[in-house]
Structures are given as C-alpha cells and as structure tokens.
Write a protein that binds this ligand. Structure first.
Ligand SMILES: Nc1ncnc2c1ncn2[C@@H]1O[C@H](COP(=O)(O)OP(=O)(O)OP(=O)(O)O)[C@@H](O)[C@H]1O
Ligand SMILES: [Mg+2]
Length: 273
C-alpha cells in the first residue's frame, strides 16, 4: 500500500556518481567491516570515496576509522576525513558510549541530513553501512536516496543465510538493484595454506544462485580483521598484502564492474538482419 500522496520523492544527489548500500538482514555478519574495507579498496583506484554510517543506534565507523573526537552538530558542514575517505557517522555527533534514543522519524531526518546537508563534494562512490534488519534506516535510504545498488553480506551458516535472503528481498521489493552477495568469514587459511571451513562454506554462492543474483566473492576469516577494526585502521590499509585485503580489492573490482553493467542497462538482444 502506498502512503497518501504516492511514494516519497527520491532526493537528487548529482555530485555522487554511485551510492552503494552494504546490508544484511542479520547482525554481526561483518557489514561494517565489509563497508569500511570496500570503501578503502575503492579509494585505491578512485580518490573520491565516502563512507556513511547509517547505523544511528550502534555506529561502528568512528572506532573502525580511529576517530574519537565528537564535533558540534551545528557546525558540521563537512564530513570527517581519514585514510583518504570522507566519513559521516552519528558517532561523530554523540559520544559512542551514549545511547541514542530516537523514534523512526528522527532516524529518517538524520539520514536525509547526512546525505543532503553535508558538503560531500564530488564523489565517485559513497558506501553506506546499514544497521542489521529491515527497519527505519533501510526504509529511509531505499525510498529516499538514489541508491545505485546493494551488496548483501552473509556468513556461511544457515541462520545468516535466511536473514540475508530477507535483506535481499527487501531491496528487490523497493526496486533497488542487488549487486550481489558476498560471503564473509568464508574460511580460515592456516600458515601451511590449508583452508578450514569454520562456519561451513559455500552458502553465499548457493543463496546467490537461488535468488538469481551474482555471487561477488568470499572474504576469509583473519583475526587481524578485528584487531585492525578496534585500532582504527582497517586491514586493507594496515595489512595490504594479506589474503583478506586482496579479497576486498577483488570485491571492489567486481562491485565496480556490476555498477557499470547496471549503468549500461539491460543488454539488448542481437537483431538478425
Ligand atoms: N573476515 C573476518 N575475519 C575475522 N573477523 C571479522 C571478519 N569480518 C568481520 N569480523 C569481525 O566480526 C565482528 C562483527 O563485524 P561487524 O561489526 O563488521 O559486523 P556487522 O554486521 O556490521 O554488525 P552489526 O550488525 O552489529 O552492525 C567484528 O569484531 C569484526 O572485526
Ligand atoms: Mg555494523
């Protein structure tokens, strides 16, 4: 059912070429980590990249990017900058340990303001880190932001896959292109090069094929991912030669390719003359 007056108008963001939401129906599968490292990997190729934290109640970007200071809300006309990225998060306005107790409309307003009131400057990519679930933030962004597409993150376990599917279907319902599925914590590779599938393996690929969307790749488990996240320098920056960093770079290349495909529109059938 449409609300009175028809569907909400999408805001125009002509300065931002591609807006990519990183999402999953499930919590704790690594959305924020994927969003941060994907943004950094994109920034290695294209210098104008932003990362927006849409998790108003539990922002992760400040800690992951090593920004502890809080700024005055009334004077923030510009996003923060760190590691070559432009950044915005509720955690820059309210200390991370302080709870934000807001109703849906306030979350909506904050996210719209992040997108429209901040001077992002021209960006090639804006990566948006979504909170878990299919709630207010997802609704606002899918209905009002001109999203180019969504990357769905899952871990290989069945429970995560079920929730990832829900997340994916939500984007489909609101006609935001699903760029594909990435399987995080896919396997652990020991020093001897042997792979151990700690949480199972291959569920992401299977889900992608069942849902008819591309599989974007696998990110291995590496304890340094968590260490880097806590220390404010994501693994793509801190250990650029690690297998995980390489997997993120491959993900960035695939995402870029998918965005170009979507831009070109559906392939026209060949005409027989
Ligand atoms: N590939 C990985 N290897 C090891 N640890 C990882 C990996 N990916 C994510 N983690 C760790 O898993 C934890 C959860 O990750 P993250 O916060 O990115 O998940 P999330 O889906 O954003 O969670 P939430 O739903 O709470 O927003 C973090 O401690 C993170 O460092
Ligand atoms: Mg998160």
């Amino acid at each position: 059912m449409q609300p009175p007056g028809g569907p909400p108008q999408k805001i125009a963001l002509p300065n931002i070429k591609n807006i990519v939401a990183v999402a999953s129906g499930k919590g704790g599968v690594g959305k924020s980590t994927v969003a941060a490292n994907l943004a950094l990997a994109l920034a290695e190729v294209s210098p104008r990249v932003g990362l927006m934290d849409a998790d108003i109640y539990g922002p992760s970007v400040p800690i992951m990017m090593g920004i502890r200071e809080v700024v005055d809300q009334r004077t923030t006309a510009f996003p923060m900058e760190r590691h070559g990225l432009k950044l915005m998060s509720m955690g820059f306005l309210v200390p991370t340990e302080q709870a934000v107790i807001w109703r849906g409309p306030m979350v909506h307003r904050a996210l719209v303001q992040f997108l429209t009131d901040l001077n992002w400057g021209p960006l090639d990519y804006l990566v948006i880190d979504l909170p878990p679930g299919t709630g207010d933030a997802q609704l606002t962004l899918t209905q009002t932001a001109p999203l180019s597409g969504a990357v769905i993150v899952t871990t290989p376990q069945d429970v995560a896959l079920i929730d990832a599917r829900k997340g994916l279907e939500m984007f489909r319902q609101v006609r935001v292109p699903v760029l594909g599925i990435v399987e995080n914590m896919s396997y652990f590779e020991g020093d001897d090069g042997k792979r151990v599938n700690l949480f199972g393996h291959g569920g992401g690929r299977k889900l992608a094929s069942e849902a008819g969307v591309p599989f974007l790749g696998e990110i291995p488990i590496d304890p340094r991912v968590a260490e880097c996240g806590d220390q404010g320098e994501p693994i793509v920056r801190k250990y650029p030669e690690s297998g995980v960093a390489k997997a993120y770079r491959a993900l960035a290349a695939t995402v870029t390719e998918r965005l170009q495909q979507i831009d070109r529109g559906p392939e026209l059938p060949e005409v027989q003359l």
